[in-house]
Design a protein around this ligand. Sequence first.
Ligand code: ARG
Length: 270
Amino acid sequence: MPESRVARPRRFLVCEPRFFAVRYAINPWMRPEQPVDVSLARRQWLSLVDAYRRHGHTVETVEPLPGLPDMVFAANAAVVVDGRVFGSRFHAPERRPESVPYVAWFKAHGFDVQHPESVCEGEGDLVPAGRWILAGTGFRTTPEAHREAQEFFGVPVIGLTLVDPYFYHLDTALFVLDEENVAYYPEAFSPGSREVLERLYPDAVLATREDARAFGLNSVSDGRHVFISPGATELADRLADRGYVPVPVDLSEFRKAGGGIKCCTQEIRS
Ligand code: ARG
């Protein structure tokens, strides 16, 4: 009998994909010549918001701006722990202006924002995991930003090196299941980082390459329900065996930009 898991209600910040498009290529999934179906993207995105609300989570929105096609990926705007907001400094010049509306949202909602000095892409790479923060580097967020985040939060930041350009953000290769455990795709990490993950999480749920390619590691867990790409079938089975409840949400249109469920979701932890 698998353990019975307990959900904790979350507060999420999302951004409607009104101006979503693929206009430049900053990761291997992006092909600017490939058209995007904005109305399909919008329906898929609404189904995610609906799934969160049906499971008791609070969803707030930031107004999208024209000319910022990746603004839908709210996870990259900041990382919030204990009500402290560590903002972003985007790697790609095309995405840098996104910081402005997100910072404005945080300020309007009573948060101060700490601005990183080095490249840092929010929860895309800085993943709060209970007693520590797991932090990806290799493609976007720098080790200097990991140090800045540790200094700012006063929480241990554990650096992990990503090695596969298809899994360029930590949240494309790993997600947090609950305070104690994570799921990840080992091949996305350097040998040393893989060993770190094995030491920290001997009982982790491991994903196959197919699960990872289907954006299965770009999932959001509330401790019980795992909002997950329907293509990650093997991973969903493994999660169910451990007592989690997979909730499939199809965000296939966002894959054209290299994004999925978690990319579209910023968690406000207070
Ligand atoms: N096109 C975006 C980029 O490459 C996708 C961001 C996905 N976000 C994430 N949290 N992984 O920056």
